[in-house]
Design a protein around this ligand. Structure first.
Ligand code: ADP
Length: 275
């Protein structure tokens, strides 16, 4: 537990000591908190400052490429590379900004009621479009009338991240299955792939910023190394978490777990038959 007193934050811990005694440890974590805030602000400011010049460079590169005669055939390849790299930098900056916004607003997101059937069908189509026919992607039937309370954009982006990872880390010909189901007091959304899988020793660290099992593969497929970190933050804000099961060479299952207290069941209106 941590307590905030005027000007300082104390972390209090009660630990068993000896046979039937307890030890009270109090630690002043104000300095740590201050440094953490400085780190967050620094990242947010740097990302923000980099965004404008990068947009300008990207814009001019595009204009030059589109302008007839501006780029000689012999240097077209270089221009394509510059565009690709500015695109990568832009994605990285957007992800850094998203992450710092999430970190700076720990309070609960504004809840909307999200139709799960609509959301999951959207994710299925996004997956199919990313895969460009290289994978067999399916969605198990979703019970109609189920809604989840949450921030629409955030949850869409978290689940979409898992679908996009499945596509990126599954070689052509593989299978990707999306599924929504209930377990105990939770509602779960899983993305199962037959991709490259992950060795056990990496699994616990995947949601750390920039943690990547294979840096070059992540880069090749357009990754920033921040996706799962963003997913984790979004789920925590919704009182949920991420479960990861994987076997190297066989495939992975990433499961989003949210409390059923966020689930709403609405009566499904059947289309009435014409008289
Ligand atoms: P990245 O942008 O590198 O994909 P993420 O944060 O989304 O970053 O994922 C972190 C790392 O987790 C990836 O670099 C990859 O090594 C691993 N990973 C994520 N999803 C999968 C998956 N479906 N199959 C195998 N490895 C995965």
């Amino acid at each position: 537990k941590s307590w905030r007193t005027t000007g300082a934050t104390l972390e209090i811990q009660l630990v068993p000591f000896g046979a039937n005694q307890k030890l009270l440890i109090s630690r002043d974590i104000s300095q740590m908190e201050k440094l953490e805030t400085m780190r967050r602000d620094f990242i947010a400011n740097v990302s923000h400052e980099l965004r404008t010049p990068l947009t300008v460079v990207g814009g001019f590169l595009e204009t030059l490429t589109d302008m007839e005669g501006a780029v000689p055939e012999s240097t077209r390849g270089y221009f394509a590379m510059m565009q690709e790299q500015t695109g990568r930098m832009r994605r990285l900056i957007e992800d850094l900004l998203t992450l710092s916004q999430l970190e700076n607003s720990p309070e609960a997101p504004q809840d909307s009621e999200i139709d799960l059937s609509t959301l999951l069908n959207m994710l299925l189509h996004e997956g199919i479009s990313l895969s460009q026919g290289k994978h067999d992607i399916s969605l198990a039937p979703v019970e109609p009338g189920l809604f989840i309370k949450g921030a629409t954009e955030e949850l869409h982006s978290a689940l979409g991240n898992l679908v996009s990872n499945a596509v990126r880390y599954t070689p052509a010909g593989g299978t990707i299955k999306l599924r929504l189901f209930l377990r105990g007091t939770d509602v779960l959304f899983s993305v199962q792939d037959t991709g490259i899988g992950i060795e056990q020793q990496h699994i616990d660290r995947l949601t750390e910023r920039f943690y990547r099992v294979d840096r070059s593969r992540s880069r090749e497929t357009g990754g920033t190394g921040l996706g799962l970190s963003i997913v984790k933050h979004i789920l925590t804000r919704h009182q949920g978490h991420l479960e990861i099961e994987s076997e190297a060479g066989k495939g992975s299952t990433f499961t989003v777990v949210l409390p059923q207290s966020r689930l709403i069941r609405k009566p499904v209106t059947q289309p009435t038959a014409a008289a």
